[in-house]
Design a protein around this ligand. Structure first.
Ligand SMILES: Nc1nc2c(ncn2[C@@H]2O[C@H](COP(=O)(O)OP(=O)(O)OP(=O)(O)O)[C@@H](O)[C@H]2O)c(=O)[nH]1
Ligand SMILES: [Mg+2]
Length: 250
C-alpha cells in the first residue's frame, strides 16, 4: 500500500469522476485514490470503481465536510502519511500535486499546503460570481488577520496535509462549507499552513453546491463559525496521537 492518499469527495459527479481519477493516477502514481461517494443518485460510485479507485459509499448525503472527514478517518486508520483533497468535479488540476507535495516536504514545519488560484496571474480566469468573489475577499482578509500570514484563497478545497493534519482532521472537521474554518482549525492547534499557486478549471459537468443565493448564507454562517471558533478551546495534536481507536478484534 502507498503512504499517500488522494481523497476525492463526489456527489453526483458521474460525468467527471473517472477523468479526475485518471488524472490523479497519471500525475502521482504513488498515491492511492479514495472516492467518497456522498449519497449520489447517479453512477458516480460505479464509474469511480471502474476507473480504479477505492470507493466508500455514504448511505445518504452528508455534505462536503462529512464526506471529506470520512476520507481523513480512513487515512488515519490506514496509516497514511500524506493526504490531499481533490474535488471530483474536475476543477482541481492534478498536475499540481507534485508541487503541493514538494512544498509539504521542504517547507519548514508546514502541516497543510493549499493550492491558491490567486497567486499567479494566469489562473485560467476568474470563475466565480461577484458575490462569491466578495466572500472570498472578506475571508481572505479575515484569515490573514487572524493567522498573521497571507491567505489568498480561503475557500480552495485543493489542499494537502501531513500525518499531523490527517490526525487533526480525522478528529475534528467542519461540516458545511468547511474550507475557511479548516484553516483556522490548523492555526488554532499551532500547526502551520502555506499556499502554492495553482490553476483551477470550471466544473466539467454536474451541479455546484453553491447556488446563486447561497454565497450570502455561506458568508453569514462561516463568519459566525469563525468567531465561535476563536472562542473554542483546542486540544493540541501531537504527532503520533491516536485519533481513531482500532475496533476490537472479533
Ligand atoms: N454539491 C455537493 N458537492 C459535494 C457534496 N458532498 C461532496 N461533494 C463534492 O465536493 C466537491 C466540491 O463541491 P462543489 O459543489 O464543486 O463546490 P465548489 O467547487 O466550491 O463549487 P463550484 O466552483 O461551483 O464547483 C465536488 O467534488 C462535489 O462532488 C454535497 O453534499 N454537495
Ligand atoms: Mg467544484
Amino acid at each position: 500500500m502507498n503512504r499517500h492518499l488522494a481523497i476525492v469527495p463526489a456527489h453526483n459527479e458521474a460525468g467527471a469522476v473517472a477523468a479526475t481519477i485518471h488524472e490523479i493516477r497519471e500525475a502521482v502514481p504513488d498515491f492511492d485514490v479514495l472516492v467518497i461517494d456522498d449519497g449520489s443518485t447517479d453512477e458516480t460510485a460505479e464509474r469511480a470503481r471502474a476507473a480504479g479507485a477505492r470507493v466508500i459509499r455514504l448511505p445518504f448525503n452528508l455534505g462536503i465536510g462529512g464526506a471529506v472527514q470520512t476520507g481523513y478517518v480512513w487515512a488515519a486508520e490506514h496509516g497514511y502519511d500524506v493526504a490531499v483533497q481533490v474535488d471530483g468535479d474536475g476543477q482541481h488540476d492534478a498536475r499540481h500535486l507534485p508541487d503541493l507535495l514538494a512544498r509539504l516536504r521542504t517547507a519548514p514545519r508546514v502541516d497543510m499546503v493549499i493550492g491558491s488560484r490567486f497567486l499567479q496571474r494566469d489562473n485560467g480566469g476568474d470563475l466565480s460570481s461577484a458575490t462569491r468573489r466578495a466572500g472570498i475577499t472578506v475571508f481572505s482578509k479575515l484569515l490573514s488577520l487572524i493567522t498573521g500570514q497571507p491567505v489568498t484563497d480561503p475557500t480552495s478545497g485543493f489542499r494537502m496535509v501531513n500525518r499531523t493534519g490527517i490526525e487533526l482532521f480525522a478528529r475534528d472537521y467542519p461540516h458545511d462549507y468547511p474550507e475557511v474554518e479548516a484553516v483556522l482549525l490548523i492555526h488554532a492547534h499551532k500547526l502551520r499552513s502555506c499556499e502554492v499557486p495553482v490553476r483551477m478549471r470550471p466544473r466539467r459537468t454536474g451541479q455546484s453546491a453553491i447556488s446563486s443565493t447561497k454565497p450570502i448564507y455561506y458568508m453569514v454562517k462561516v463568519l459566525l463559525a469563525v468567531f465561535i471558533g476563536l472562542a473554542r478551546r483546542h486540544v493540541a495534536v501531537e504527532p503520533g496521537d491516536t485519533v481513531v481507536q482500532s475496533p476490537p478484534a472479533l
